[in-house]
Design a protein around this ligand. Sequence first.
Ligand code: HEC
Ligand code: HEC
Ligand code: HEC
Ligand code: HEC
Length: 107
Amino acid sequence: MKRILVTLLATAFVATVTFASVAFAAVPAEVAFEAGKMGVVTFNHTAHQAVGDCAACHHKGVEAGACRSCHGVDAAVADMKTAAHKMCKDCHKEKGAPNGCKDCHKK
Ligand code: HEC
Ligand code: HEC
Ligand code: HEC
Ligand code: HEC
């Protein structure tokens, strides 16, 4: 059973109000992926915004919404584990960022 919790911090709500005309949800400061027995993966969105363009990760556009709105929905599209591992781990490998299971998965 895969679940995802998107943590929107107070600043993100302020951003919604300030940029109400923007066509996508508030940019989260942090996202917590619930990975079953593998525990929780905390993704620091703010820090990762310095790593690449929005489109480097939001490959269908930011307006397309969360990864999970497509991955894990249609069997023809890679499931969330496959998509997350490919995107997260490929870049970590390329940039020399921490890439062991426990660097991401905290129980
Ligand atoms: C290194 C990868 C990465 C970069 C760069 C990145 N994001 Fe994200 N973003 C993510 C991930 C992963 C999530 C969580 C998606 C999910 O919940 O399935 C996310 C979530 C979001 C969400 C909330 C999801 C939703 O409901 O629509 C918004 C909005 C967003 N990002 C906007 C941006 C914007 C704007 C930029 C550029 C300034 C950006 N992101 C850059 C990876 C990234
Ligand atoms: C609007 C739907 C949609 C959204 C949102 C989306 N994807 Fe995808 N993704 C796809 C589709 C469809 C493919 C298959 C290739 C293609 O069409 O680009 C794909 C392919 C991928 C692949 C390549 C998979 C492989 O096996 O080669 C990765 C990695 C990936 N997505 C990661 C993500 C991440 C991470 C997010 C969130 C930040 C995300 N995607 C958001 C629809 C989506
Ligand atoms: C485009 C490249 C890129 C993508 C995609 C990316 N990361 Fe990262 N990530 C980095 C870099 C570079 C660092 C190291 C930053 C530093 O050391 O200051 C990092 C650091 C981290 C850290 C901190 C590790 C530690 O122990 O210090 C975590 C956790 C993390 N990323 C999780 C993720 C997850 C989860 C995803 C996928 C949803 C992801 N990252 C996608 C580039 C990326
Ligand atoms: C760079 C970060 C990162 C690294 C390194 C990483 N993972 Fe993950 N893993 C994730 C993310 C993000 C998810 C997606 C969670 C979700 O479904 O929302 C995930 C999902 C999973 C899942 C699916 C869990 C579930 O039931 O939903 C398993 C199993 C898993 N990882 C095992 C591993 C193992 C074993 C390793 C080490 C060989 C590893 N991961 C390394 C980020 C990472």
